[in-house]
Design a protein around this ligand. Structure first.
Ligand SMILES: [Zn+2]
Length: 317
């Protein structure tokens, strides 16, 4: 197995990363590109196959590439390798990913949802390593989730399990891209942090965030660190809703660990006490005291890639 390699691709709304990975989870070569604002899936497929060829050539002396595994921001049909719905890269809706990429590269192709891939990555190599029951939440543009039960990713009958971002936390809350309202994603994502600042700004006339046209979740975090009351209230709400949803998961799944990652988890210091408070408040005593709540350790740029490669190695063995 030592000289067997996998091409692992993480296709995000912003970046496309392609890497060659060995069985130990070491990245031997990495290519990072902008995801094109493509109208046609062939444009993205072409970019993926070119990046794959480049990664394959670069590692020729280290071993042989056996498969390509891709993590995509979409609901997928894993068995047939088809992308069903991809809200952030709509050109890929309905795209027969595996068969087309497989023909181009003459390699087996494995397809996985990005949040599931990140969960598998954290379970194999990161903060959920050595735990058999884990919940992994990614706070990015949206809120992604993956659930590990007895060491395996939970897929559900349609392959759509683990959509933690779409737990309803506010019955008459903000509308969500999924068609529902009041989803966790609308209160705990980077996008939600910025929206909450705008919604609450009038109540905080002294906030440094008032009147700013361009706000990022990181700027809100920096304001919070400096003691800005508006920023602190936004992260209190974020932690409140995230904690309430996680308390439900603690009661339902009794996990050993909850891992929180993604860009918006940078504000950990400002929201985590509110998360823990809600878990204490709502979860049953024993599972609530047992569960560890920790930060993801692989980083956004590696979790999906390592998870996808792990899936491929497992299927090969
Ligand atoms: Zn939703």
């Amino acid at each position: 197995m030592n000289n067997e390699l996998i091409l692992a691709c993480d296709l995000g709304g912003t970046n496309l990363r392609m890497a060659t990975v060995n069985v130990k989870g070491e990245i031997l070569h990495l290519v990072k590109l902008d995801t094109p604002k493509a109208k046609h899936p062939a444009e993205i497929a072409h970019l993926i196959t070119e990046a794959a060829k480049q990664c394959r050539t670069a590692v020729r002396r280290f071993g042989t590439v056996r498969a390509l595994a891709a993590a995509v921001p979409a609901t997928i049909n894993a068995a047939d390798g088809i992308i069903l719905k991809s809200p952030n890269v709509p050109a890929l809706d309905g795209f027969r990913f595996s068969s087309i990429i497989s023909n181009e590269l003459s390699l087996p192709v494995i397809l996985e949802n990005d949040a599931n891939a990140a969960a598998i990555g954290e379970h194999a190599f990161g903060a959920a390593k050595n735990f058999q029951n884990a919940v992994i939440v990614t706070l990015g543009t949206g809120v992604g989730g993956g659930i590990i039960i007895n060491g395996n990713i939970l897929r559900g009958i349609n392959g759509t399990a683990g959509e933690i971002g779409h737990i309803c936390v506010e019955q008459f809350g903000a509308p969500c891209g999924c068609g529902s309202v009041g989803c966790l994603e609308q209160y705990a994502s980077a996008t939600a942090i910025v929206r909450l600042v705008r919604e609450l700004a009038d109540e905080y006339p002294n906030s440094v965030l008032r009147g700013k046209t361009q706000i990022t979740s990181f700027a809100v975090y920096q304001a919070g660190i400096a003691g800005d009351e508006l920023a602190l209230e936004v992260f209190r709400r974020m932690g409140f809703y995230l904690g309430a949803a996680l308390a439900d998961l603690v009661n339902v799944l009794n996990p050993e660990v909850i891992v929180i990652g993604g860009g918006a988890s940078a504000a950990w210091d400002l929201f985590i006490k509110h998360v823990r408070e809600q878990i204490r408040r709502h979860a049953f005593r024993e599972p609530g005291e047992t569960v560890k709540v920790v930060r993801a350790s692989l980083g956004d740029d590696r979790a999906g890639i390592l998870g996808a490669s792990k899936l491929a190695f497992d299927q090969m063995i």
